[in-house]
Design a protein around this ligand. Structure first.
Ligand SMILES: Nc1ncnc2c1ncn2[C@@H]1O[C@H](COP(=O)(O)OP(=O)(O)O)[C@@H](O)[C@H]1O
Ligand SMILES: [Mg+2]
Length: 264
């Protein structure tokens, strides 16, 4: 069995192309240039970088919401192409995602029970009675009361809604979570609680996390290894403690110097 949850080789993503309106002038954006990373099983690999460095583009490609321009991706031993060919469910059963804005990422017209029901039925494949039981288990797993199953997303705080987005991701019983700025929209005290929850879930369920953040204090709290992204390229990839102690690349050094909450 493979020790690698996600393998990425020479991943490139270009947006746009030659403009037919402006005499063929190119308005290409190279969001990712030859990215290569491995997410090991059971680890939390953080991807850090400033806004616009390509982090979300990477996240969207890894969960199947977008396709690369070139390069190779293997997720839990299967190529992204193979997963795509297998059908719309194949990606979702293997890798799930949690994005920044929890309220916007949950359907406002559905209760939490209805939101959880879909992945439990379609991705995890539970029959109706089992889905009710699994819903209660998921609520316990994310430290939410069962009563919240009947609530709507807008009736919750940001932290509660993000717990529900995490529960929805777990409902599919994936091996891997891609978390794109999962605590960036939350107050600092709530951030700490959600990070602790994510850590506990990872240990309990044996998950692997690709954890994207622009916030080095958050990354320091949760990451085993850190990949530093700059203009669509990985400029440094190192074990977290080492990276914060002895950053090698000038851009990493600059990021760490300008981070307000890092313990140095
Ligand atoms: N759908 C898109 N179409 C065109 N350009 C895009 C699209 N998505 C992202 N980009 C561009 O790609 C670059 C990386 O964006 P993004 O991946 O969102 O960065 P980050 O998440 O690190 O802030 C930016 O220059 C952004 O404007
Ligand atoms: Mg982003």
């Amino acid at each position: 069995m493979s020790e690698t949850a996600i393998q990425v080789r020479d991943l490139t993503k270009t947006f746009g192309g030659k403009s037919r309106l402006f005499g063929g002038a190119s308005h290409e954006v190279k969001a990712l240039t030859k990215i290569s990373i491995d997410l090991k099983k059971g680890e939390t690999l953080a991807v850090v970088g400033e806004s616009g460095s390509g982090k979300s583009t990477l996240a969207r490609i890894l969960v199947g919401l977008d396709t690369p321009t070139s390069g190779m991706i293997e997720i839990a031993g299967q190529t992204a192409e193979a997963l795509r060919k297998e059908g719309p469910k194949a990606f979702g059963k293997t890798v799930q995602y949690v994005f920044q804005d929890p309220v916007a990422s949950l359907n406002p017209r559905k209760t939490i029970a209805q939101i959880l029901d879909t992945p439990l039925a379609l991705l995890a494949g539970y029959a109706s009675a089992e889905r009710k039981r699994r819903m209660r288990e998921l609520m316990h797993a994310v430290d939410m009361p069962e009563e919240a199953l009947e609530r709507y997303p807008h009736e919750m705080s940001g932290g509660q809604a993000q717990r529900m987005a995490i529960a929805r991701a777990l409902a599919a019983e994936p091996e891997i979570l891609v978390l794109d700025e999962p605590v960036s929209a939350l107050d600092v005290s709530v951030q700490a609680q959600v990070l602790l929850l994510l850590q506990k879930l990872k240990d309990d369920l044996g998950l692997s996390y690709l954890f994207i953040s622009h916030d080095l204090a958050v990354v320091e709290a949760i990451a085993d290894r850190v990949a530093v992204m700059h203009f669509g390229e990985i400029v440094e990839l190192e074990e977290a403690g080492r990276l914060f102690r002895e950053p090698v690349h000038p851009y990493t050094q600059k990021l760490i110097r300008s981070a307000p909450r890092i313990a140095r």
